[in-house]
Design a protein around this ligand. Structure first.
Ligand code: 5GP
Length: 188
């Protein structure tokens, strides 16, 4: 049997990184896909672990070679998921999570309708702004861009199969677990 494909999206600053990290610690049999990006690494990020950090030229060559299952421009950088990695993982029967933004999520859903889309919602846009500023990883211009993207993403998030509000972390983690348990037990 092939693995299941889960798409997790949610705007910048919603806390999906923390949520996913805790979730994956509790579910070591589920794999997280590593994307390629043209964004510069943040402090502490490791090539091949957080992302494959590549140049714009390399990214465009991969697009032209049809290597991506999906790709999108987000906040001035390109991000993409390699088709071969997804196929190999699912064919081994391993469940896989793509942590991607909404334009890419839409492309995956069109190509692989059985993929399960989960959108992580912030309790409010104000909370999002506070969190985004609080992590001190982006400059003002980037924060503004990301907040604009966030409003657009929250709208698009309405069309996902599931929504999880990340207000209380434990509660969000429980809700995420319930979704995975339901979908993984659903064999049809
Ligand atoms: P960040 O720069 O904060 O790591 O990521 C910015 C956005 O890009 C996030 O919403 C993240 O989910 C998304 N993203 C990361 N990898 C991919 C990918 O492979 N494809 C797409 N479409 N979005 C991605």
């Amino acid at each position: 049997m092939t693995g299941r494909l889960f798409i997790i999206a949610g705007c910048s600053g919603v806390g999906k990184g923390t949520l996913l990290k805790l979730f994956l610690e509790k579910n070591p049999d589920i794999k997280l896909s590593i994307s390629a990006t043209t964004r510069k690494p943040r402090e502490g990020e490791v090539n091949g672990k957080n992302y494959f950090f590549i140049s714009k030229e390399e990214f465009i060559a991969d697009v032209n070679n049809n290597e991506f299952l999906e790709w999108a421009e987000f906040s001035g950088n390109y991000y993409g998921t390699k088709k071969s990695f997804v196929e190999k993982t699912l064919n081994k029967g391993i469940d896989l999570i793509l942590e991607i933004e909404v334009k890419g999520a839409k492309q995956v859903k069109e190509k692989m309708p059985d993929a399960i889309g989960i959108f992580i919602m912030p309790p409010s846009v104000e909370t999002l702004e506070t969190r985004l500023r609080g992590r001190h990883t982006e400059d003002e211009e980037t924060i503004k861009k990301r907040l604009l993207e966030a409003k657009r993403e929250i709208k698009a998030g309405q069309h996902f199969d599931y929504k999880v509000i990340n207000d209380d972390l434990d509660e969000a983690l429980n809700n995420l677990q319930k979704i995975f348990d339901t979908e993984r037990n659903n064999l049809c």
